[in-house]
Design a protein around this ligand. Structure first.
Ligand SMILES: [Fe+2]
Length: 188
């Protein structure tokens, strides 16, 4: 008689996971999704503030405005993943909040080199997101949730593209900042 198999998760080595391991993977997936949701909230706030201010850096402003829209979509996607699992974006992990507070401090420190600090913080933030979504995709694989894994990988790719853009354009931002300082014009 054929037995009814529940959806079986797989480890990164491709081996199926047994019940208890799958439950652990599911819990890690839920925690990871909540963390990702908190991160996107923070990303949206940071990006909004930056987009409002960067009048002397049109290329950066335009790219950040695009990523703001992407981040809003990502947040909705993460929310959908949570609701597919019957969960809501409630508890926020301390580790993520600690990181986010550090980022906020950096971003809030209004100074002559504000645009540079914000660029560094944005760069760090994107990489934190890349790491988070990479892990999230693996948790989803292990929990037997291929659609969530696919979503996490798609979001991760957007974060990677944003991080690459920031890395590529950082020299321009620094040079523009130096030119503005030299001309005595506004700094942001
Ligand atoms: Fe994001």
């Amino acid at each position: 008689m054929p037995s009814i198999e529940p959806t079986v998760g797989h480890s990164s080595t491709g081996l199926p996971l047994a019940g208890a391991d799958r439950d652990n993977a599911r819990q890690m997936l839920v925690d990871g999704l909540r963390n990702a949701h908190a991160l996107e909230l923070q990303a949206i706030e940071m990006l909004k503030r930056n987009v409002e201010r960067l009048e002397h850096y049109p290329a950066l402003k335009g790219r950040l405005a695009r990523h703001l829209q992407e981040s809003e979509e990502q947040q909705a996607m993460v929310e959908q993943c949570l609701s597919d699992l019957g969960e809501s974006p409630s508890t926020i992990k301390d580790s993520v909040m600690g990181f986010v507070q550090n980022m906020q401090q950096m971003v809030h420190a209004a100074a002559d080199d504000e645009v540079l600090k914000n660029s560094f913080a944005g760069f760090a933030f994107e990489h934190f997101e890349i790491a988070s979504y990479t892990a999230l995709a693996l948790f989803a694989d292990a929990a037997g949730q291929p659609r969530i894994a696919e979503t996490a990988r798609a979001i991760c790719q957007q974060e990677q593209i944003m991080a690459d853009w920031l890395e590529e354009h950082l020299p321009e931002v620094v040079e523009e900042h130096l030119a503005l300082m030299a001309s005595g014009d506004q700094k942001h």
